[in-house]
Design a protein around this ligand. Sequence first.
Ligand code: BES
Ligand code: MN
Ligand code: ZN
Length: 499
Amino acid sequence: MKVSVTTISISELDVDLLLIPMMEEQADGTLADLADSFGGSFRRAAPDFSGDAGTSVLLYPERGSARRVALLGLGSAEKLSGEALRMAAAEGARLAGVAKVETVGVALAAQETLEVEYVAQSVVEGFLLGAYRFDQYRTESEAPAPVARLVLQTSENDKAVRRGAERGRVISEAVATARDLVNTSPNDKTPTLLAKAMEKSAKKYNYLASVWNKELIEEEQMGGLLAVNLGSQEPPTFTVLEWMPDNRRNERPVVLVGKGVVFDTGGLSLKPTKDSMDAMKSDMAGAAAVIGAVEAVARLELPLYVIGLIPATDNRPGENAYVPGDVIKMHSGKTVEVLNTDAEGRMILADALSYAKTYNPEVCIDLATLTGAAVIALGHHAAAVMTSEGPDADELLAPLKAAGERSGERVHQLPMFEEYGEQIKSTVADIKNVGGRAAGSITAGKFLEHFVSYPWIHIDIAGPSFLKEAKPYKPVGGTGFGVRLLVEYLRDYADRKRG
Ligand code: BES
Ligand code: MN
Ligand code: ZN
């Protein structure tokens, strides 16, 4: 979709559908004003439109250049937020789909609380993410042609609006990359194919991707990744993504690690199908988020050195599969007693995290669909975030929490008290890979902590990464959760580096 910015008046904006987002407080007065430009129906519409968040009214103006006008409710001025703007714009995208329009305009709301750059970014995100469809596999497409052009109309500071709109477009496209990868069918998503997708993205957007094959993974002694892969017919891959611009403000990189289990059957500790294995093509959503984030970072040319690490395999009960009771020597040299082959994510992440040490990272963030317990704790509205207990924990997490609020991809912290570590003590090896039902997300975090020796943040995205019921700008399937969060975090990280 093309996105542009104009300063011509709304009555002259020649579009199939003009969206006018409005706060509750504005509704009455604005409709009276709009009647001058568009005709009397706007005055008569006033009783039908309160400006409540999520509501809309569609009108066919008697005057002006727009064929249709939709009033979109933003809720109260007091609660105006990026999320309210995204939701309203998504409602606009829904209406655009119903009317099958080609061109859409948005009149940017006049308001004092949010910077216009952020307003423009949020509106573009809401519209583009709301318009996202995945129909790669449909042969009988009922889908209308997508909207070709989105025009933001503003009366002031169009430079800032342009910057925000462009950023919103790039980020939304990166989210679509992540969604597409998650939504791709498991039979089209081997570790090798996932690695190929990364090479393609790297080439297109001018960053680096180097793919290790099984031999290299063996040489590097990634025992966790190799153990999980034993039951598979497909070799594992380990992919290193690199964005290292000349104007980077950090000498040591920010390292992002994404869980790339392309399909999780549970292995010999087999999952039941319904509401469990049937969603496990999404078990590489952490990888998808990292790929989308690096893609966006490169396209936005952030002045930061960023590394992405993607260990990838499926987890299957093939005849050579690892078994409960196996003791595995990991990349770090530590030994793990496997008591449940379905706790595979931590096995492959552990190797990536200990390999990350070779970069001497300033901070390392991993994203993983790691535990069902995270879904039980937080549902689909937030990811669980953890870091090592200590004096620096708050300072490390504060910027991530702030990025969560601003991007609409929220994180909620779980504790990592020492006591939880006792649940993963093994009688035969250094640690075991399961800690029982109690605090399942935390014991997974405690497991990963054994392989980390630098500032580290763990994000369990099992809940928000995949939906079985649609939300305003998130259709059923992969949400791309993590892309917007990471990009916002990294943009702020670069700002802080400027001093
Ligand atoms: N990929 C799953 C976690 C998951 C569950 C993600 C539901 C998304 C939705 C992970 O590999 C897993 O199977 N975890 C086990 C761990 C247990 C065996 C300790 C779980 O959560 O049940
Ligand atoms: Mn599993
Ligand atoms: Zn898994």
